[in-house]
Design a protein around this ligand. Structure first.
Ligand SMILES: *Cc1c(COP(=O)(O)O)cnc(C)c1O
Length: 417
């Protein structure tokens, strides 16, 4: 469910015509619907209202301050993977006591930052990391709350680049070694063992991998309990898939049920780290048709957004629906929608059944709220695009389009040149 709908054949975001924003802001731009973000959070949280839980929105899916603030205002916690996300989380009003910090490569400065702010839990991914966190805690005069991220060796049946819970993936500590790791960690002086976690992948559309994962975590936690190591948090990670094309996303109630049934009767607080499912369908990318061009074997629609603005098609061969902002009676054609970047992987769609759009016509790349702007780059010296948030009948630029000045700020030419 989202709030991007046609009224009289013209695309609106909530009550604002997309064209109006394009006129004022220029193209390309990302567009987020506040009502959609809010609804996604509330619908999700409601499913877990009867158990002890903390929703920690996964910042890396979309870390625009306005998006973060939307979730902070609703009482969300935050799943962070860097010092930068910690900084942005604080800036947008998240309490550090609701932040969990994952990632295989936490740096010392990032660890110190998190210790000094007093986050809820470090999800550690190696024993070497644990040793460093202990040392830093001692130096900072703090105790470090820690959960071990377990790699449960579960196949989430998703794209290999976003599968994270298999033995061959770099994430977490192997499930067979988890108990040993806890026993070892338990005697480390400045560490408080408070939780156990996993995150098995993203864009998951089957329920069973989640069932297996939560069971696996619970079993380890209960075994530890018997040994006198009692944990408070079970962190099931994120990973829920959304509708991009013709997937059948997991029914939210069924997802919640499988978790609730596994932990009912226990005292654990469940931590959930949804990212994509909150923001994916709450955003679109609006781009303008620059040129039409007929190749020998293909029709091309050349638009002003490229793979530097939206990497997902090039990186994961991801599918995004592309719709005209103004619906017309133009015949349908089969075309590639391509950007201005000098790479053949620079496409938004390939062999797509599309309306025969003309120069100047606006297109909406749908489901572009997650892993979209956040993955954009300045490749080909292209300024990053603007981000806009709509609430009801008004819109706000929540990140200004970068200028040519921005492109060179920070660079310098040494004197010997
Ligand atoms: C990326 C990530 C998430 C969010 O994943 P989604 O598929 O967007 O829900 C949650 N937890 C961790 C540790 C992550 O790295």
């Amino acid at each position: 469910m989202h709030h991007f709908n046609y009224q009289n054949r013209e695309l609106f975001c909530e009550d604002v015509p997309v064209k109006v924003i394009a006129k004022e802001v220029g193209t390309p731009f990302y567009l987020y619907s506040y009502a959609t973000l809010k609804r996604h959070f509330l619908v999700f949280s409601k499913e877990f209202e009867n158990i002890e839980h903390l929703v920690c929105y996964s910042a890396k899916a979309n870390s625009n301050l306005a998006v973060l603030k939307t979730f902070a205002n609703l009482g969300s916690g935050l799943d962070i993977v860097s010092g930068g996300e910690l900084r942005k989380g604080l800036e947008s009003g998240f309490s550090p006591e609701k932040m969990v910090y994952s990632g295989v490569g936490k740096r010392i400065d990032e660890i110190d930052f998190a210790l000094n702010k007093g986050i809820l839990m470090f999800n550690i991914e190696s024993m070497e990391e644990l040793v460093i966190i202990n040392q830093r805690a001692e130096l900072c005069g703090k105790r470090a709350p820690v959960g071990i991220r377990v790699n449960p060796n579960i196949d989430p049946k998703t794209h290999p680049y976003i599968s994270t819970g298999l033995q061959k993936n770099k994430f977490g500590i192997d499930v067979d070694e988890a108990l040993e790791a806890y026993r070892a960690a338990n005697s480390i002086e400045h560490i408080d063992l408070v939780g156990i976690g996993c995150h098995i992948g993203s864009q998951i559309t089957e329920i069973n991998p989640f069932r297996e994962a939560i069971n696996s975590l619970k079993n380890i936690a209960q075994q530890l309990e018997k040994e006198g190591i009692s944990l408070q948090y079970i962190d099931i990670g994120g990973g829920l898939g959304i509708l991009y094309d013709d997937e059948t996303p997991i029914d939210l109630s069924e997802y919640a049920k499988s978790i609730i049934e596994t932990v009912k009767g226990t005292d654990y607080t469940i931590i959930l780290e949804p990212g994509r499912v909150f923001v994916g369908n709450a955003g679109i990318l609006v781009t303008k048709t620059l040129y039409r061009k007929s190749g020998k074997v293909k029709e091309f629609i050349v638009v002003d957004a490229g793979m530097n603005d939206l990497l997902r098609p090039a990186l994961y061969d991801a599918f995004h629906v592309i719709q005209p902002v103004d619906q017309t009676d133009d015949p349908m054609i089969v075309a590639d929608v391509v950007g201005p970047i000098c790479e053949s992987s620079d496409f938004l769609a390939q062999d797509r059944y599309m309306p025969n759009v003309k120069q100047g016509q606006l297109l909406a790349v749908m489901s572009a709220g997650a892993y979209s702007f956040v993955m954009s780059s300045n490749y080909c010296s292209r300024p990053k695009v603007a981000e806009v948030m709509v609430k009801e009948d008004s819109f706000n630029v929540v990140r200004t389009r970068e200028s040519y000045e921005d492109l060179i700020s920070g660079e310098s030419i040494p004197l010997f040149l």
